[in-house]
Design a protein around this ligand. Structure first.
Ligand code: HEM
Length: 311
C-alpha cells in the first residue's frame, strides 16, 4: 500500500473551516481489523503470563486498539514505527484526559497543560518525521479519536456481555446494543449556518445545537421494542427486525460523521465474538466515568472456567 493512501483524510474543509476526514478505505479497515485480532490474543496471553488478577478491560484494550487503529491510519509504515506512534498517541490521550476533565480550563502554564503539550508535541514530531504524511495535527486528532473511543466502547461491550445471560447472541447485535445504551461519544454539537426548523422550534443561524446519541438511543421512534424494554440490553431486538440499527447516530451524521466507523465496528465485532465465546463474569460493579465522554471504570472481569475456548 502506498504512503499516499495513509490517512486518506484531510480532503477538504467544511463550511465551519474544520478539516473533513475521509472515511478509511476497505483496505485500511481490513489491515486494522487483522491487527486488532492478533494484538487482542497477544494482550490476553501477556496478561495470563504476567498476572493472576482479573482482566481490566480499559487496560487490556489499550495496545490492541492503539496498534490496530495506527495500522489502519498509517498502513505504509513498518510495524515497529507504527506501534511507537500508537504508544505516543496513548500517552497524549492520557495527558489530555485530566485537561478535559478539569472543571475550569487549566491555564497554559499549568502542570496539566504543560504535560499535555509535551505529549502532543512528541506525537506530532514523530509524525512529522515521516515524509509524505498528512499534517501532523490532523493525524494526531484522527489517531486519538480512533483509539480513545473504541477502547471505551470495547470495555462497555465486555461489561454488557458479562451481564447478559442469553446464549446464541449475534455479535454485531451485541455491538449495536452497546453503542445504543452506552455510546462513548454521548453528545456531539453543530452550529447552525442558517435558520432551521427543528421539532417545531425555529433556531436562528449561529446557535449551538447538541445532538445526543445517548438520548436518541432511548427513543421508541428509532429503536424496536416496547418503550419499557428500551433501557435493557437486548441484542435480540435487532434480530429479524426491519428497523436498522444506527438511527440514533452513534457515529454521528453528515460531513463530520465518524470516518473510522467501519474499523470501529470491525474491532468491536471481533471483541464481541471473543466475549460471547468465553463466558466472562464481572469482578465488581461497573461505574460510569463521565469526565471525558463516558467510559466504564473500573471494568474488571474473569473468564468462566466452564467454557474452555482457546484465547
Ligand atoms: C466504536 C468506535 C467509534 C465510535 C462509537 C465513534 C463515534 C464517533 C462519533 C459519535 C463522532 C462524532 C460525529 C459527529 O459529530 O457527527 C466521531 C468522530 C470522529 N471519529 Fe469516531 N468513533 C469510533 C471509532 C473511530 C475510529 C476507529 C477512528 C479513526 C480511525 C475515528 C475517528 C474519528 C474522527 C477523526 C472524528 C472527527 C470527525 C470530524 O469531526 O470531522 N473514530 N466518532
Amino acid at each position: 500500500m502506498s504512503r499516499s493512501s495513509d490517512l486518506s483524510g484531510s480532503t477538504g474543509e467544511s463550511r465551519s473551516g474544520h478539516t473533513i476526514f475521509a472515511p478509511l478505505s476497505p483496505d485500511q479497515v481490513s489491515t486494522g481489523a487483522a491487527v486488532f485480532g492478533e494484538e487482542w490474543r497477544a494482550a490476553l496471553a501477556d496478561h495470563v503470563r504476567t498476572s493472576g488478577d482479573p482482566y481490566d478491560a480499559m487496560l487490556l484494550l489499550r495496545r490492541p486498539v492503539a496498534r490496530s487503529t495506527t495500522a489502519a491510519v498509517l498502513p505504509g509504515l513498518p510495524a515497529a514505527q507504527r506501534n511507537a506512534i500508537g504508544d505516543l498517541t496513548l500517552a497524549w490521550i492520557d495527558a489530555l484526559g485530566p485537561v478535559i476533565a478539569a472543571r475550569r480550563p487549566p491555564a497554559r502554564w499549568s502542570r496539566l497543560r504543560r504535560r499535555e503539550t509535551l505529549a502532543r508535541r512528541a506525537l506530532e514530531d514523530a509524525l512529522r518525521a515521516v515524509p509524505g504524511l498528512a499534517p501532523p495535527g490532523q493525524l494526531a486528532t484522527m489517531l486519538a479519536a480512533g483509539i480513545q473511543v473504541p477502547i471505551a466502547a470495547g470495555a462497555f461491550l465486555l461489561a454488557w456481555i458479562a451481564q447478559h445471560d442469553s446464549v446464541d447472541v449475534d455479535p454485531a447485535d451485541a455491538v449495536w446494543e452497546t453503542l445504543r445504551l452506552t455510546p462513548p461519544t454521548w453528545i456531539t454539537a453543530r452550529i447552525t449556518t442558517r435558520e432551521v426548523e427543528l421539532a417545531g422550534t425555529t433556531i436562528p443561524p449561529g446557535r449551538v445545537v447538541f445532538v445526543s446519541p445517548l438520548l436518541l438511543g432511548r427513543s421508541s421512534d428509532l429503536v424496536p421494542g416496547e418503550t419499557e424494554t428500551l433501557p435493557r440490553f437486548d441484542p435480540d431486538r435487532w434480530r429479524d427486525h426491519a428497523q436498522r440499527p444506527g438511527a440514533w447516530l452513534p457515529f454521528g451524521a453528515g460531513p463530520h460523521s465518524c470516518p473510522g466507523r467501519s474499523l470501529g465496528m470491525a474491532q468491536l465485532i471481533t471483541l464481541a465474538q471473543w466475549g460471547l465465546a468465553h463466558g466472562i463474569t464481572l469482578s465488581e460493579e461497573v461505574s460510569i466515568d463521565q469526565s471525558r465522554g463516558i467510559f466504564p471504570a473500573p471494568c474488571r472481569f474473569t473468564l468462566a472456567p466452564r467454557r474452555e475456548a482457546p484465547l
